[in-house]
Design a protein around this ligand. Structure first.
Ligand code: ATP
Length: 204
């Protein structure tokens, strides 16, 4: 059985940066954002159901889901968001489970931005939170994405608060630091996770 670390954190906290440091150590990283796209690729049941509901107009010229149009529908159609979540969340969850079970590294990392918000902790043996202040989230995201502060603040409001997220953490990476210090934190966690995964294998 795979030993699964759920990696989460708010927008711009450094999840990708931290996940890459684990990947550098040979750890399989499973990305929820990629899975969320895979389940609506052309040919999937997910995309067929969306076309049934909203019409073929929801596709772009290449037959791919037009995400901007979908967002507009969700905004203007009552209950559309609940309908979409009810359709896709079970499939996304199953795919996450399948990919963690296929992992071959000593433990694997499941990167889920909305892990807490969507109650996906049950898929994980431990929850690792990447933590920074809201001010740092705003600064780093506005710089990276070239968006304005209001947009980032709105996303922050829609996500779990820092305090709430931290209340679910088994481990925390504090990311208000240099790359060297970040790497040292990941090195220590990696050793701890290899040991814990080994113990789990021995006892199963
Ligand atoms: P999102 O939720 O938006 O996908 P994320 O949590 O994956 O974001 P990253 O993309 O890893 O966050 O980091 C956000 C930005 O902050 C990036 O531009 C990254 O290079 C930068 N960054 C991450 N860690 C640090 C650090 N310790 N010092 C300075 N910049 C950092």
């Amino acid at each position: 059985m795979a030993f699964v670390i759920g990696l989460t954190g708010g927008i711009g906290s450094g999840k990708t940066t931290v996940a890459n440091l684990f990947a550098d150590r040979g750890i399989d990283v499973i990305d929820a954002d990629i899975i969320a796209r895979q389940v609506v690729e052309p040919g999937t049941e997910g995309l067929a159901a969306i076309v049934d509901k909203f019409g073929a107009d929801i596709l772009d010229a290449q037959g791919m889901l037009d995400r901007a149009k979908l967002r507009a529908y969700i905004f203007s159609t009552p209950d559309a968001k609940e309908w979409l979540n009810a359709l896709l969340h079970p499939t996304i969850r199953l795919e996450m489970l399948r990919q963690t079970q296929q992992a071959t590294s000593p433990y694997c990392m499941l990167v889920v931005p909305l892990l807490i918000e969507n109650g996906l902790q049950s898929l994980c043996d431990r929850v690792l939170v990447v933590d920074v202040s809201e001010q740092t989230q705003i600064e780093r995201t506005t710089q990276r994405d070239n968006v304005d502060e209001t947009q980032v603040k709105n996303i922050l409001k829609a996500q779990a608060s820092r305090k709430e997220r931290l209340s679910f953490a088994d481990d925390v990476v504090e990311n208000e630091c240099s790359n060297e210090e970040l790497n040292a934190q990941v090195a220590a966690l990696h050793s701890q996770y290899v040991a814990l995964a080994g113990k789990q294998r021995e006892s199963s």
